[in-house]
Ligand binder design. Sequence first.
Ligand code: HEC
Ligand code: HEC
Ligand code: HEC
Ligand code: HEC
Ligand code: HEC
Ligand code: HEC
Ligand code: HEC
Length: 379
Amino acid sequence: MMPVMHSKPFLRLLALLVIGISCYSTNAGAGAFEDDEACLMCHKYIRMARITEEGVFRSYYVPPNTFSKTVHRNVPCRDCHGYIKQLPHRKVEEGVRCDQECHSKKNPATGKPFSHKTIYNLYADSVHARDKNATGLDSDKPYCITCHTNPVYNPNEVEPPKEILDRCELCHEKRDFVKQWYFHTSRRVLDVKRTGQEIVAICIRCHADQELIERHKNAADEEGRPLGDKFTIAATSYQKSFHGKVTRYGLAGAATCLDCHADNSQYYKGVHKILPSRNPESPVSQQNRVKTCQRCHENADANYAFVDPHPSFDEEFNPILHKAEAIYGVVGEVVVLALVGLSLFETLGRRRDGVGWRLRRGSTWWRRSRRYRNRIIPR
Ligand code: HEC
Ligand code: HEC
Ligand code: HEC
Ligand code: HEC
Ligand code: HEC
Ligand code: HEC
Ligand code: HEC
């Protein structure tokens, strides 16, 4: 349950919070959330919202009970909203950057302040790299919060098995501690990965946006910067492909965007470091394509990998297929027309003969005919 969200951050937050409240409002959290920084003094009020000059509704409401169930519930507000230095605070103009270091959380493995820098650095090398407050063309690219909200900590939160907690408690002595760590790990062991359809939805949100595509195509042409051949039709062509259709009808296992464009030998790293196909490191580069198909199509060879995963019958991409499709289109229509016409003539002819419709013994055409071609039910 990881909803794909819309472009406005506040809507995203709001939607999540609303979902969260409705599902979890009666449930006590794993580790109650403490408002040491007094942010909720103001932000706990549901009415805390306004309509901006552009007419956009913005909510500044942070429901404590929901926040305390999210993955970031143990991160103090100002570890993320570090630009707030005093209370009451000034108008906020900066955004939250996802490569910041937490002041109050240490990575237990390294002892250093926790951060998402590992992921951020991969992302910084990817085609989608941009700055938090990017403007212009770069602002079209996805930032972390384009794909991630602040999801509830454990979507299927059920009481952990007593035998396991009893065993952990034997050494760790504190029930709350072991329970929290049990959840921490089990969340990652449980499969909370997005479904194929959700992944496609994330990518096509931009890659099917014709205006965005045109902006980038034009800019690239002007700058003499390369873009992949299939850049302009990536999403539409995928949806026409075998993989796309199969995924759309809900079958798991057919290749989604990330099965091909992310290095699946290190999936969680790979999804953050998407490279263009012209980069030899990309799993869909000429060098790696066969290997990528072989993950699922064991017997794939260079010929198999030659099958275009972004097929297009457009003249620009495939003039021969384009003509063939046009011809088949005409042939198809003629055949249908001819069939309909034939039945029509046949029906008219029989009606003129005075033959009536009556369903009996497998035929609708039982009647004495004017032209001595009787079709009478034998008794
Ligand atoms: C005294 C009341 C008050 C307190 C305490 C308070 N805020 Fe706010 N906050 C506001 C108001 C009012 C707004 C709406 C400002 C506006 O309309 O631009 C706001 C807006 C915000 C925004 C959104 C700004 C934007 O335009 O994107 C953030 C983020 C925020 N507060 C974080 C915090 C954090 C973190 C704390 C605790 C360290 C905190 N606030 C404490 C009153 C408060
Ligand atoms: C893990 C980091 C993180 C933590 C912890 C966090 N926030 Fe946020 N918050 C964000 C992000 C990201 C946004 C979206 C705006 C942005 O990108 O700057 C946001 C947005 C907001 C907004 C503005 C909504 C809007 O319309 O833009 C408010 C208000 C807010 N947070 C308050 C709080 C309060 C109060 C807390 C503590 C209870 C808190 N946040 C904890 C990351 C965080
Ligand atoms: C284009 C979309 C996209 C962008 C941008 C993105 N991610 Fe991800 N992220 C994913 C996908 C897909 C997964 C794999 C999990 C899944 O399938 O839901 C993932 C997984 C993760 C995970 C592992 C979650 C877990 O609990 O196992 C973390 C942490 C993460 N991303 C952080 C980030 C950060 C930080 C950034 C910004 C530097 C970022 N992501 C940018 C799509 C994205
Ligand atoms: C036989 C005793 C024992 C049992 C049983 C046990 N632990 Fe531990 N655990 C330890 C010891 C000792 C350490 C410190 C290890 C070290 O520093 O090498 C530790 C460390 C940890 C840490 C790392 C804490 C930190 O901040 O570094 C976590 C988390 C943890 N255990 C969780 C669990 C969970 C969850 C269970 C049950 C599934 C469990 N443990 C069962 C003895 C145990
Ligand atoms: C928020 C919008 C957005 C989302 C979401 C998004 N992309 Fe992109 N993508 C872009 C933009 C913008 C470019 C850069 C075009 C340029 O270089 O001008 C790009 C570039 C690319 C390129 C390289 C194009 C080239 O020829 O250089 C690939 C491959 C790609 N994206 C794949 C994906 C995949 C796979 C996903 C889903 C996980 C995804 N994108 C999600 C906006 C997005
Ligand atoms: C079966 C593997 C496969 C799947 C699934 C797939 N792609 Fe591709 N994609 C490729 C290959 C191979 C190329 C290079 C094709 C070429 O240049 O002829 C490519 C090219 C692209 C390009 C042009 C930029 C570049 O790197 O050449 C974009 C953008 C893109 N794909 C996005 C997507 C998106 C978005 C999805 C999901 C909606 C998707 N792809 C699904 C294999 C795949
Ligand atoms: C994540 C797994 C996965 C990857 C990676 C993948 N495919 Fe597929 N592909 C499938 C599945 C599943 C089907 C439907 C299987 C079936 O029923 O035959 C399919 C079907 C096809 C078909 C339809 C005909 C057939 O052989 O069944 C073609 C063609 C195809 N894939 C080509 C490719 C090519 C080329 C690549 C590499 C660029 C590729 N695939 C990568 C999973 C994948």
